[in-house]
Ligand binder design. Structure first.
Ligand SMILES: Cc1cc2nc3c(=O)[nH]c(=O)nc-3n(C[C@H](O)[C@H](O)[C@H](O)COP(=O)(O)OP(=O)(O)OC[C@H]3O[C@@H](n4cnc5c(N)ncnc54)[C@H](O)[C@@H]3O)c2cc1C
Length: 414
């Protein structure tokens, strides 16, 4: 230990939580948080939800008041990390300044995947990742009449639901055959498709985008790969993200679809950790390398790294959970559907409140709960035990309830 302390690169959810948890763990060394955005760390989830409607004000976005950082001796460095000199344990910043570290935590997140088609730069075409993006989207939403959403993922559909509520004519283009396909079961996708259709959203599944048309630099239409032309005065592109690996890769760290880390979230350099959206880590149950984009993942990984730096190392095995709000439909997921091959509805899948039990190797691995918060809470408890997970036969038995399922070591269950 040289006394240089911890340098955290990236002032998002994971970066903020790392600094806050270090202090909670009693870490007494120097902490610097390198932020390349104009704002102190803020929440992204409201950007595609309440912030667009005005229900969540800009004042409610910061993760902590500015005073928190001074009170906890967390130095905010408004700069960008440009290069990591690993031998010297120094981060070189864009301004030319340098920050030496005992331990470096990379929380550099991800950036939007962009469309490279004709007129992609036209006014009226937006992405939603940063506060500035969301401000732009909210302004357009207030004056637009026809919106086209490219990509039926979580963020695209959250926007579509809001645009519908605002009275816009909304079309959604999606390359695959159903919404949110990478992350949720067919049963749940179908429920969301029916819901959005019932509110007037027009889906074009199996359609890509060939070009945008524009008039005087303003987007006027979207041309699909099947030749269809959809009029639009606003377009939201939501086709996923690319993890920010360049900083790590240039420093010679092992990277792929993320910065590779081990079960303790340490990169190929023992003095450097990577967490949050940018980290590619081994799934505790399947051992497959995965990357998750969620507040839970960023927060829990940050807590784990802060505890390790403070002297209490542990492998990462939190149950992933996530939520999305689309109009009156709130979906909460515990676990991941990765490698699940059996899916069973609990409740009526044609209603607005049911859950889907998803099984991997015959054991419950993920629960998707639509407007059923109690199922979600129970699922997180059940899945967090690493033994006696319910099988399909268990869940089919009369009287089965997630709430009362006992993994064998939990006194809260009946
Ligand atoms: C619109 C939207 C809605 C979402 N909704 C939900 C939701 O409902 N539920 C949920 O669980 N999750 C949601 N998410 C995902 C969640 O917000 C992310 O998973 C979480 O923010 C990840 O935190 P992070 O710190 O890893 O990355 P980020 O929050 O993206 O932070 C990374 C930070 O690093 C900075 N950075 C990058 N490179 C450098 C560098 N070289 N130097 C300095 N700084 C750098 C970036 O500018 C950024 O500020 C949503 C995300 C978005 C964009």
């Amino acid at each position: 230990m040289s006394g240089d302390g911890v340098v955290v690169v990236g002032g998002g959810q994971a970066g903020f939580q790392t600094c806050a948890s270090l202090r909670q763990e009693g870490y007494a060394g120097r902490i610097r948080l390198v932020c390349d955005e104009l704002h102190a760390p803020y929440q992204r989830p409201p950007l595609s939800k309440g912030f667009l409607t005005g229900k969540t004000s800009g004042d409610a976005l910061p993760l902590r008041a500015e005073s928190f950082y001074a009170e906890n001796a967390i130095e905010i460095v408004n700069d960008a990390a440009a290069f990591i000199h690993r031998q010297a344990c120094v981060v070189e910043l864009k301004s030319g300044a340098c920050a030496a570290y005992d331990h470096l935590v990379l929380c550099v997140g991800a950036r939007n995947r962009t469309l490279q088609v004709q007129n992609a730069e036209a006014a009226g075409i937006v992405y939603i990742r940063t506060l500035e993006d969301a401000v732009r989207a909210a302004r357009l939403l207030a004056i637009a009449q026809r919106a086209v959403v490219i990509g039926a993922g979580f963020i695209g559909l959250e926007f579509a639901a809001i645009a519908c509520d605002s009275g816009l004519d909304v079309s959604v283009l999606e390359l695959s055959d159903r919404p949110m396909k990478r992350a949720i079961s067919q049963l749940m996708s179908d429920a969301f498709t029916r819901y959005h259709l019932s509110r007037g959203v027009k889906f074009r599944f199996g359609h890509g985008i060939a070009a945008f048309e524009s008039v005087d630099g303003q987007v006027s239409a979207v041309v699909t790969t099947t030749g269809e032309r959809l009029l639009a005065d606003m377009v939201v592109v939501s086709i996923g993200v690319v993890p920010n690996v360049d900083l790590a890769a240039h420093a010679g760290l092992v990277t792929g679809n993320g910065i590779e880390v081990d079960r303790f979230l340490v990169t190929s350099d023992p003095n450097i950790s990577a967490i949050g959206d940018c980290a590619l880590f081994p799934h505790p149950n399947t051992n497959k390398m995965i990357r998750l984009e969620s507040v839970q993942n960023a927060t829990d990984q940050a807590r784990l790294v802060a505890a390790r730096i403070s002297g209490t190392p542990a492998p990462y095995n939190s149950v992933p959970w996530f939520w999305t709000e689309q109009g009156a439909y709130k979906l909460q997921m515990a676990g991941t559907i990765d490698q699940c091959d059996q899916f069973v509805a609990s409740g009526d899948p044609c209603s607005a409140s049911f859950s889907v039990f998803c099984f991997r190797n015959g054991q419950l691995a993920c629960v998707e709960s639509l407007n059923r918060p109690a199922d979600h809470i129970a699922a997180r408890r059940v899945l967090s035990a690493d033994r006696n997970l319910p099988t399909m036969a268990d869940t089919a038995a009369s009287g089965f309830s997630l709430k009362t399922w006992n993994n064998g070591n939990d006194t809260r269950a009946a």
